[in-house]
Design a protein around this ligand. Sequence first.
Ligand code: ATP
Ligand code: ZN
Ligand code: MG
Length: 302
Amino acid sequence: MDMQVSFLDRLFESGLLIETGVEGLYGRSGRFEDVIAAFERLIDRYGAADGAEAIRFPPGMNRAYFEKSGYMKSFPQLAGTVHSFCGCELDHVSLLKCMDEGNDWTAEQKATDIVLTPAACYPLYPTVAKRGNLPEAGGLYDLQSYCFRHEPSNDPARQQLFRMREYVRMGTQADVTEFRQIWMDRGVKMMAEVELPVEIDVANDPFFGRAGKMMANNQRDQNLKFELLIPITSVTKPTACMSFNYHQDAFGTKWGLNLADGAVAHTACVGFGLERIALALFHHHGLDTEAWPASVRAALWG
Ligand code: ATP
Ligand code: ZN
Ligand code: MG
């Protein structure tokens, strides 16, 4: 606990992260962003030969897609929705009065058609489904988005708005499990290049409630999720900096993603937590990038 607070304080003092008054909501300095940009170029180099289709969605998604995704069933505690004032002039007068009196002015806000993206791949599935059957070789996509999760924390590695870089593969079971294995191997290699200690372990998502416990156990028992862990704020509980998820045909069935022959597609996604990787680099190599080992600087900046 003490270690967490002090690493966050050091990040604030160095200016790498900028306090906003909300836990898990930070500004980033130019130097912090340079590290993320450099690491993304490293990701690009590893993925270049695969020919993924790059798509960038904004950090909000269609609420109807979000509803259909089932996110509220599994992770209601993490979701963030966008609400707006939709009233007339009279309502505006009451709104300002309510704010003046220090009362809860947000109660009258109405849900918009946008929710905050919870994971970079969520807007992709309905987008690809609309195109019709996948090509013969299946699909491979390169995504990056700010994601929102309502999990305020004083651990700098657990933010509420953070970036996820993802590759998503759609194809046969063999295609997508091979893809996942390739990126697990690449992940280990990449982290070795930047001299970060890693461990790969089976994992589960934080499904909500008692029924969620069973879903989490099932996910673990079937080896559907792996994480690449790096110690950042704790040695005993290292932080997930990448995740490797096999969805079986769950998204294929839900969204109507079909292979060229009409069979339901299997999907897998590989996610890089960009802030977490930057924080791991700062934690292990120091807050001054100029003083990082030459080998690490070469891997990132050539
Ligand atoms: P954790 O178990 O630490 O909560 P997660 O299993 O929820 O992580 P995923 O849902 O697999 O993470 O998200 C993909 C990647 O996004 C993670 O491997 C991690 O690097 C990053 N990530 C997830 N949640 C956060 C967060 N709150 N702040 C920063 N990065 C995050
Ligand atoms: Zn994903
Ligand atoms: Mg989580």
